[in-house]
Design a protein around this ligand. Structure first.
Ligand SMILES: CC(C)(COP(=O)(O)OP(=O)(O)OC[C@H]1O[C@@H](n2cnc3c(N)ncnc32)[C@H](O)[C@@H]1OP(=O)(O)O)[C@@H](O)C(=O)NCCC(=O)NCCS
Length: 136
């Protein structure tokens, strides 16, 4: 039985998921602070076990950033990622009521663009904006 909960995962749950999707784990204090600074979190459970997650970070008014969309490999391809995104976009739309011009970003990992295009995301190039950049 799959269920969705709008709450932060525990630090151990977050590290479990990032490890399962191949992103490794982080220092527990770092994860704790990151989760505390999160605007919105959606967790997915199969019975008592976390199997998926997604979150929104940002300033709630001008910029939002969708981050850490994860479904563990055993549950991928079952539309759980889609449901995570639908919950996240519902929250984005709620925030848009107060601030209609809010801009929502995400950084698709290589090869994951198709997944996000389904929800209306376009590349910065398609939006005729400059390339996204990252500090190395
Ligand atoms: C990307 C991810 C969240 C998708 O979750 P999921 O539950 O497997 O996806 P869904 O079953 O909801 O798939 C929805 C659609 O996206 C497409 N899709 C799913 N995973 C994809 C991938 N890795 N690459 C391209 N398209 C993908 C599917 O083909 C599906 O299309 P369809 O509706 O035409 O069948 C999941 O594969 C994952 O956690 N991957 C590892 C972590 C990661 O890379 N996260 C994204 C960071 S940007």
């Amino acid at each position: 039985m799959i269920r969705y909960e709008e709450k932060n995962p525990t630090v151990d749950e977050f590290n479990y998921l990032t490890k399962k999707v191949g992103w490794g784990i982080r220092d527990k204090e770092v994860v704790k602070e990151a989760l505390n600074n999160t605007i919105y979190s959606i967790c997915v459970y199969d019975e008592q076990n976390i199997i998926g997650y997604g979150r929104i970070i940002g300033d709630k008014t001008i910029f939002l950033y969708i981050q850490d969309i994860m479904v563990i490999p055993e549950f991928q391809g079952k539309k759980i990622g889609t449901s995570i995104m639908e919950n996240i976009l519902k929250k984005v739309n709620e925030l848009k009521i107060k601030n209609p011009n809010i801009r929502t970003y995400l950084g698709a990992s290589e090869g994951k663009e198709k997944f996000y295009k389904k929800f209306g995301f376009i590349t910065r190039k398609e939006a005729k904006l400059g390339e996204a950049m990252i500090l190395k």
